[in-house]
Ligand binder design. Sequence first.
Ligand code: NDP
Length: 330
Amino acid sequence: MTYAANEKRYEIMKYNRTGNSGLLLPAISLGLWHNFGGVDTYENGRAMLRKAFDLGITHFDLANNYGPPPGSAEEMFGRMLASDFKPYRDEMIISTKAGYGMWSGPYGDWGSKKYMIASLDQSLKRMGLDYVDIFYSHRPDPNTPLEETMGALDQVVRQGKALYVGISNYSDEQTAEAVKILNNLGTPLLIHQPSYSMLNRWIEDGLQDVLEQNGIGSIAFCPLQQGLLTNKYLGGVPDNSRAAKPTGALHKNQVTEAVLRKVEKLNDIAAQRGQSLAQMALAWVLRDGKVTSALIGASRVEQIEDNVAALYNLHFSTDELAKIDEILNS
Ligand code: NDP
């Protein structure tokens, strides 16, 4: 059936300014790392994309290597864009990245200009796009001068292949350096994409300060710690969960007793707030306005609905925050 987007979609979502830029991002964005690859069911991915857009999620995050196999998430997304979202391209923020192994030989990985430029050209082809909204360096490359990797980001903007640039998985010091280089080139850094969740708070130790001082946005990936910060593992590992799948990046041995003890207590606090644990975990990431967008993944439509409903209660009392800290530090 032809897709027509929900006319009320912009009344549901909250949009946050990305640093000092002109770009607003939805408080919740959808990533296509899992569940949109060649090994996954096309119609399930398509239903999730439609539901996300209907709920006001305008931002879709990809990378050259998402699948499996690598490249297949961009291909699948490209098919969905062509069949369902063509009329909505100007209402969408589409990002992709290069930085991990993509093709064999010395030019298919890391951060050289040779790799970054070729990779974006391939990504655009797979998605059937003329440009992406955000192009990222997916990880810092210890063997390539930062000037070269940032030079590649600057170049794609000048060529009209990307509107904005981002970096992902860079430390606070590497970020400060990247900001300087990009400012000198005249292509300011829009956004950083770090991992961040209640179980992974490394960005509070320096990176958030660098981003704030320089007016740069941030989009937190794995805010649900790949599903650990939901109630799904409390009764064991369900068959259809990421930890049970051979292609999932969450392994059964990461679902430990120690983590589950914390999750159980967090689940009680969420219930007292009238939220699912997933909703509380997303609200927590967004709690102080430092994170522009929480970048979720999903394996089914209902999860996207559950997660967007986090927006109904983003407020935490001082007491709730203290109790959460106590659990996390225990
Ligand atoms: P999350 O931490 O949000 O985990 C998503 C998983 O949690 C889902 O696939 C699902 O797993 C489960 N889940 C989601 N919502 C619910 C819910 N309401 N109730 C119960 N379970 C739920 O994020 P991801 O790990 O998927 O990462 C999100 C995105 O971040 C990626 O798609 C990618 O775009 C980006 N990313 C970026 C990286 C980088 O280096 N820049 C690295 C990793 C991710 P299940 O299958 O068990 O149902």
